[in-house]
Design a protein around this ligand. Structure first.
Ligand code: 1CP
Length: 340
């Protein structure tokens, strides 16, 4: 197996930094659309052979050092009772948003059977990978999943979610505790099914003030991480806002913290405990730029991180759907050719 990714995740020395990219199994690839045009997004997630096909697209086309399961962070919300749909151009929608005590009470926490299709997909993907590179499983962090349940979909300002935690903190904690329980069970199911690493996505944490992040997000991530059967399975904690929250994120004891692009990566690495690796942190917009710029920015980051074990190259957030495929491929080639 290509073990660059696992070695770096456990802060061991490697001959070059490993590379994978958030949203690598997605819409920037023409081959994704060939599949997507035939099925709905949830059909793709729920059919193990199709989920495996999409997971394998970047593996076969891009030569990355880790694969990520094709699924979505919102499947936990659906399994708990959310009426989830994805509409082209609109994004995810929960038709029955969670706003009252009765709504919270109605959510089911014994729902792993509804997520069995994910375990099935992991088994098919591992057969296809055949030990070539590690497979990353994932889930949404409770705060980010809660925001979709409360808002009923995507949000620009998280107005309803923030009102909910500020005006009904006890109810928010009940909801977060339920999501955290399902998430820990779900991630342990993925580990049992064979993933080689776990990433927790708290994409919208940057909306929160420090105290609110600690109380309504960090505490639940810490609880989930402490419950994982994680022997030999590195845990990556990602949030937008990690350039600010990383010292607190470290207290939850992940193996890796995935850092957004607002901060100097070496500077933040040096402020973290030595055994915590960092992942990141190229501004995804660099991948729209000219190839010379892409190469220069990757080299700049690598020169900065030289001699620092525990560095996984990634973007600060996901690849945008309209980034040219050729630029993504070029960036990965630049990484692969780099010699420390
Ligand atoms: O229309 C389509 O074809 C569906 C687009 C799509 C895809 C390809 C969605 C809907 N989800 C996904 C896959 C997905 N989602 C993966 C697969 C693995 C990968 O390639 O990385 C992963 C890890 C996710 C996780 C996810 N879903 C996050 C966290 C990561 C991030 O990017 O911040 C979030 C916030 C979602 C919600 C979601 N799902 C889909 C969309 C369009 C959105 C975002 C909507 C919004 O902006 O609120």
């Amino acid at each position: 197996m290509n073990d660059l990714f696992l070695k770096s995740a456990f802060s061991q020395k490697t001959e070059r930094p490993p590379v994978w990219m958030m949203r690598q199994a997605g819409r920037f690839m023409p081959q994704y659309w060939e599949i997507k045009n035939k099925y709905s997004f949830l059909e793709m997630c729920k059919t193990p052979e199709i989920a495996a096909d999409v997971t394998m697209l970047p593996v076969n086309l891009l030569d990355i050092d880790a694969a990520i399961l094709f699924s979505d962070i919102l499947v936990t919300g659906e399994a708990m009772g959310g009426d989830l749909s994805f509409t082209q151009g609109v994004g995810p929608k929960f038709a029955n948003p969670v706003r009252t005590q009765a709504d919270v009470d109605a959510l089911n926490i014994d729902c792993l059977d509804k997520l069995q299709y994910v375990a099935d997909a992991i088994k098919v993907i591992q057969q296809r990978l055949n030990g070539r590179i590690p497979l990353i499983g994932f889930a949404g962090a409770p705060f980010t999943v809660m925001s979709y349940l409360i808002e009923g979909g995507s949000s620009r300002d998280f107005k309803l979610t923030k009102l909910f935690i500020h005006n009904q903190p006890a109810l928010a904690h009940q909801l977060l505790a339920k999501i955290a329980k399902v998430t820990a069970d779900y991630l342990n199911m993925q580990i049992a099914a064979g993933v080689n690493a776990i990433q927790i996505f708290d994409s919208w944490a940057q909306a929160l003030a420090w105290d609110d992040y600690k109380e309504f997000s960090h505490n639940y991530i810490a609880q989930i991480i402490s419950q994982l059967n994680r022997k030999d399975i590195p845990v990556i904690s990602f949030c937008k806002g990690s350039s600010v929250f990383a010292p607190l994120m470290a207290e939850a004891k992940p193996d890796v913290i995935s850092i957004d692009w607002n901060v100097d990566l070496l500077d933040i690495k040096q402020r973290l405990p030595e055994n915590i690796a960092v992942q990141g942190n190229l501004d995804p917009h660099i991948l729209y730029a000219d190839k010379a710029v892409i190469k220069d920015r990757i080299h700049r980051l690598f020169d900065r991180m030289k001699d620092t074990p525990g560095f996984i190259f990634n973007l600060g957030h996901g690849i945008m759907p309209d980034i040219p495929f050729d630029n993504v491929k070029y960036a990965i080639d630049v990484v692969r050719e780099y010699q420390y």
